[in-house]
Design a protein around this ligand. Structure first.
Ligand code: ATP
Ligand code: MG
Ligand code: MG
Ligand code: MG
Length: 466
């Protein structure tokens, strides 16, 4: 069986042998890019090259990029625990051309790598292209000889890729793997494509435009290529398992999570959430993010608290999350030596956050349970959601996660009203100066940080509603 580490090496070697420069992963916090929360794709560190604003002495590159998708345009937080294929943290394998090769070679490389190097059977691979991309369609159907029965054209939602609201973008072509008829889900482009039977493994983006804040597309100086393939998804295919959470790398993490939480059912979704979230937590911390009440730090806090709450769901009465740092380092320290050197520091940060949240978690859960048993409909009142958020440090998405488990929803209008009132109080208080502000802060909120965090949560709420 090929391991995840061997797959990573195989991909990098294949493209290095084809004149691609090996470039190391950049950090999760993008350098000088306020438009982006976290590095969410391999192309992020090459953005300026695509735009023609930077030159390097190579025009082809290959990388294995660590990515986080837990906020912003690409947000998979809500998918973790529910699909077999999504993580908040994952590694993206990618090859890039900066005005060098374009569609033909990108498609040829991908097909050769999958069917010749990895020997995947062509009849299990499905292809999509952007609806009006005849050029890519011809290459797949006429040159590569893909069966038209496993080929489709899709709209912009899936086949026009962009990093964020602005920046480089273009039509793309995607490769899916059919995990077999036992698994529910229809082929790409069909109405039930959201199942997990046909899993998207590789996206080939034909970078052609720069989108500005008004949405206007300007052609890039030179057409380029950006591809991305999830290492964990490829490992699942190559290791003959359906779920990413059953690959070598995750098996060990799930074992460790089962041990520290005392949960015997290795298929329990909470173990998957915890195993996923320890990766994003640790990698965000080593890349300089600290749990806090604003910006990136708040996203990290949301991830951590969500994982901690899943431990609580499994019956953990002691703090446990920091105990998963060591197993993660054992698993990934070889590929990322910085994990080893920061281990004790990271453990300290995680433990501190656990201790903070432990003080309010149990009490907050009690309040939520009470509110739920008093419900007449199936919506948790906005007042309750706000109180949990404001007084007990429950990020809204955490409460939403609990609601979803129990088949309930949240009254977001009510939440926003409560938040608007709080904002008004905070604004009024700040006009009165420090004394009153302090008074309001002391008045009850263990975790009240005023105006900025409310702003932040408003952004999160907007994301959550999308
Ligand atoms: P999906 O439709 O399955 O959510 P995507 O279209 O959002 O995937 P892309 O933005 O095209 O994904 O990213 C390129 C590749 O990165 C995907 O083909 C997949 O292999 C991998 N990938 C994307 N999101 C995740 C994730 N949350 N966890 C693991 N791998 C991912
Ligand atoms: Mg996605
Ligand atoms: Mg997709
Ligand atoms: Mg895609």
């Amino acid at each position: 069986m090929i391991t995840s580490a061997e797959l990573r090496a195989s991909f990098l070697d294949y493209f290095a042998q084809r004149q691609h420069e090996r470039v190391v992963s950049s950090p999760l916090v993008p350098a000088n890019d306020p438009t982006l929360l976290f590095t969410n794709a391999g192309m992020v560190q090459f953005k300026e090259l695509f735009l023609g604003r930077e030159r390097r002495d190579y025009s082809r590159a290959v990388s294995s990029q660590r990515c986080v998708r837990a906020g912003g345009k690409h947000n998979d937080l809500e998918n973790v625990g529910y699909t077999a294929r999504h993580h908040t943290f994952f590694e993206m394998l990618g090859n890039f051309s900066f005005g060098d090769y374009f569609k033909r070679e990108a498609i040829q490389f991908a097909w050769e790598y999958l069917t010749q190097v990895l020997s995947l059977p062509p009849e299990r691979l499905w292809i999509t292209v952007y609806e009006d991309d005849d050029e890519a369609a011809d290459i797949w159907l006429k040159e590569i000889g893909v069966d038209a029965a496993r080929f489709s054209r899709c709209g912009a939602k899936d086949n026009f890729w962009s990093m964020g609201d602005t920046g480089p973008c273009g039509p793309c072509s995607e490769i899916f793997f059919d995990h077999g008829p036992e698994i529910p889900g229809g082929p790409p482009g069909s109405p039930d494509e959201d199942g997990d039977r046909y899993v998207e493994i590789w996206n080939l983006v034909f970078m052609q435009f720069d989108r500005d804040a008004e949405g206007k597309l300007t052609p890039l100086p030179r057409p380029s290529v950006d591809t991305g393939m999830g290492l964990e998804r490829l490992a699942a295919v190559m290791q003959g398992v359906h779920s990413n959470y059953d690959i070598d790398l995750f098996r060990h993490l799930i074992d460790a999570a089962a041990e520290v939480t005392g949960c015997a059912d290795r298929a329990d979704k909470s173990l998957r959430v915890i195993a996923d979230h320890i990766r994003s937590t640790v990698f965000l911390i080593i890349d300089g993010v600290m749990p806090s009440n604003e910006g990136r730090g708040y996203v990290l806090r949301r991830i951590m608290r969500r994982a901690i709450r899943h431990g609580y769901r499994l019956g953990c009465s002691e703090i446990f999350f920091h105990r998963l740092v060591a197993p993660l380092v054992a698993e990934m320290g070889e590929a990322y030596p910085e994990l080893v050197s920061s281990q004790s520091n990271v453990e300290r940060v995680v433990k501190l956050e656990e201790e903070r949240f432990a003080e309010t978690l149990e009490h907050g859960m009690g309040i939520l349970d009470e509110a739920i048993s008093a419900l007449s409909g199936d919506r948790i009142p906005g007042e309750t959601v706000f109180k949990l958020y404001d007084t007990y440090g429950f990020p809204v998405d955490l409460t939403a996660d609990i609601a979803r488990e129990r088949g309930l929803s949240l009254d977001m209008d009510g939440f926003e009203q409560a938040m608007a009132q709080q904002k008004e109080r905070a604004r009024a208080a700040s006009q009165f100066g420090a004394a009153q502000t302090r008074e309001i802060q002391v008045q009850g909120e263990t975790d009240f940080c005023g105006y900025e965090r409310l702003q932040e949560e408003a952004t999160v709420v907007a994301l959550y509603r999308e």
